[in-house]
Design a binder for this molecule. Structure first.
Ligand SMILES: [Zn+2]
Length: 205
């Protein structure tokens, strides 16, 4: 699929959405932001597209990097850094800590944001944030044996021995340098709008 075809199918989704995901009313076309979009005549919500957010965590210990082996499809048997999808009621840094714990039982803390990858695909646009995580306790790993069948720390010279290591995971393990964007304690200091909370990553001096 070319980018043009993906964009075309995304646009069709946006225009062809029939019902408001907020109030359930039938959507009608509306010009907004230079494009025709589906909009709700009742609650005013405009469908700006379908986006999903994934997270991954780089956890290092004694010069080795943590990879987990997937037990389910898509990508059964593949090694990746741990991670998953962000829920609507959590920030990305909270999501990655939760996912790492669910997959490995390791307690970690998100310290910085190392990379962002955006994928244009047929059903939505996916963003994937990669965090650097610090271990909060000794690395004693336990996996559930279903979703995750194995998890281990690997030295860089062992990466080639893994039959199926996700290229993005390998890239981040081999090429991250420095500390990335720091998680900044912004709430209160920068005053997000009432009723909202921020997860801010940036360079702060
Ligand atoms: Zn609505």
């Amino acid at each position: 699929m070319t980018i043009r075809e993906i964009r075309g199918s995304l646009k069709e989704h946006i225009v062809n959405d029939r019902f408001c995901s907020h109030c359930g009313s039938e959507l009608t076309p509306k010009m907004a932001g230079g494009r025709e979009r589906a909009a709700c005549p009742k609650c005013g919500r405009t469908m700006f597209g379908r986006f999903s957010l994934g997270v991954g965590g780089l956890v290092e210990h004694a010069g080795r990097v943590l990879f987990v082996q997937r037990g389910e499809n898509p990508g059964r048997g593949r090694w990746t850094i741990p991670g998953g999808y962000v829920e609507e009621d959590e920030t990305p840094d909270q999501a990655v800590v939760r996912e790492v714990f669910e997959e490995t039982s390791l307690r970690t803390r998100a310290v910085s944001l190392l990379a962002i990858r955006n994928t244009l695909r047929g059903d939505d646009q996916n963003a994937y944030y990669v965090f650097k995580l610090d271990l909060e306790a000794l690395p004693e790993i336990a996996v559930d044996g279903r979703e995750t069948v194995d998890a281990k720390f690997f030295a860089p010279e062992e990466f080639d021995s893994l039959a199926d290591l996700a290229p993005m995971s390998r890239w981040i393990a081999e090429h991250h340098s420095g500390d990335g964007l720091k998680l900044i304690d912004a709430n209160g200091k920068l005053k997000p709008l009432a009723g909202s909370k921020w997860a801010l990553f940036g360079i702060e001096e």
